[in-house]
Design a protein around this ligand. Sequence first.
Ligand SMILES: [Zn+2]
Length: 337
Amino acid sequence: MQDFRTAFANTAPGRHKARISLGTSASGTELGIPLTVLRGAQPGPCLWINGQVHGDELNGLLAAFDLLDSIDPASLSGTVVLSTTANPLALDARRKRTPADEEDLDQSYPGRVDGLPTQRLAAALFPHVAEHADVTVCMHTVGTPYDGHPYAVYKLHPDSGVDEAELLRLTAHFSPAISCRMSVAAGGAELPGNIAGALDYQLLARGRTAFMLEVGGGGRAEASFIAAATAGLRGLAVSMGLLQGPAPSLPRSLLRATKRGHLTCSHGGFAQTNVRPGSVVRAGEPILRIRNAWGELVETIIQDKDVFVIALRRDPVMQSGDRAAFVAWQWDEVAIN
Ligand SMILES: [Zn+2]
């Protein structure tokens, strides 16, 4: 298998397979990040799709496969690169995090070449994306125990040269249930950990355009969500000038979340809900109910103000502290130009 630099330097139109080496396992297996470079017959920009950074999130990379299958290199102006998985160690283990060090790769960019396994994964891929990608779509899903209607996430970096309106417009290609502006602030952040170590944020820090898509749920292939993401990628490619075609019709407005968080449960048991992710639940209405091991109702998850439900527990088995739902507490509607 050729390395990525060789594949990217090949100007012959077509589909070029590559691998970025990560060394070897104890048993001698070559470890590496699999990539496909789809080189067009005409010059043009580079769209980079990172198929997954968390090993149990699959819909996004499957959508990218379908996009690559649909493109004739003769009609492509520029390059589409797919890094199928940025974390092959987690993929093979069917887990979100790297088994070797239990780190979250999307909190580890730009990485360290002499670091822990996850830092090495980050350092192996990041320079290539930062060097070549005009636009990077970072594919995710919500965690395997959850359901989510596809939505987008973006971050703002003061030095990126990419403003919020542009990021919202890019996410609009995917008709997300909501586009979430995510803070990277330590301490006050909506999620634990080093959010500034996300691939999209580190690319923005280097003046590259990047955002995240959350394409449904983890650990499975959801056909309708995959098809919608593929259509969104195609529209994005047209808007970048990579493909010919009528200008994609974008929604005239998007919902924008500006404050999000998890609702956790206090009681273990079995969860049931009638709520659909991607919908608003009014103040005081039940979001999810939990019955204990004796069938008694022990907890009803409710909020005292309206919430937008982004993701919801799918696996009904719960214990105290588990996440019942991921919601937006604050959102508005913004026009897309
Ligand atoms: Zn993810």
